[in-house]
Design a protein around this ligand. Sequence first.
Ligand SMILES: Nc1ncnc2c1ncn2[C@@H]1O[C@H](COP(=O)(O)OP(=O)(O)OP(=O)(O)O)[C@@H](O)[C@H]1O
Ligand SMILES: [Mg+2]
Length: 248
Amino acid sequence: MTLISVDSVAFGYSRKEPVLHDVSFTVKKGVNLGLVGESGSGKSTILKLLLGLERPSSGVIRFEGQPMNLNDREFMRRYRRAVQAVFQDPYSSLDPRQKVEAIIAEPLRALKIPGDHRAAIEQALADVGLPVDAISRYPHEFSGGQRQRIALARAIVARPQLVLADEAVSALDLSTRIRIVDLLKDLSKAITILLVSHDLGVVAALCEEIIILEKGRIVEAGRTEDILARPQHPYTRKLLASVPRMPA
Ligand SMILES: Nc1ncnc2c1ncn2[C@@H]1O[C@H](COP(=O)(O)OP(=O)(O)OP(=O)(O)O)[C@@H](O)[C@H]1O
Ligand SMILES: [Mg+2]
């Protein structure tokens, strides 16, 4: 089932150079998707469009078949409930003045989700492998990897269908990275993941499908195993050769 479709989307931050050209892809329920490309290729920009933080200059993004309309509050509420995000830096993405409980509860409050928030928060902590007593502590009391788990707990607490993860693992050392990728793999039994990364190895370990982006254009897309076995585009070959592979 198609969750999100991106159809011929172009985008530029100003009237100068566009940074995305004719980008089309679909995110299917249960199929983790990796978005790979060099720095500046437009990966985070695609996530901003998917989050409704920017609007396409042309083309359309649909959620469950319905064109995204930032002015339609009912639609956006449904969309935000279904699509959550985890950002790059586990140090800056958590408010240092808030306890973990309040940090993780944020989507529940923002989405005005009724019910027992405490129970949902405890479940989310358990899902990401953190102890329940983390709830009353502050972000600075945790390591980088643990902070990334807190950010993930916040992303999944409202039980979204899709989590957008922007370089969620790049700021971490290798062994922590492997543990977080394992965790994402575990979570992806219930939640689809769109993972942005420079690192083809990380993406290959988690994603069934891959999109390769070069200078704002999709140069190759398809099943991960096909692309790794038979990269068609010279840029993909270059990425495959230059990127250190993570043990799967
Ligand atoms: N807020 C902004 N204003 C103007 N230009 C921007 C802005 N954010 C990004 N850009 C430009 O858009 C292009 C794509 O940037 P983007 O951040 O999407 O790349 P990326 O693939 O996420 O790179 P990285 O791997 O370094 O995170 C780049 O040329 C960048 O300089
Ligand atoms: Mg980026």
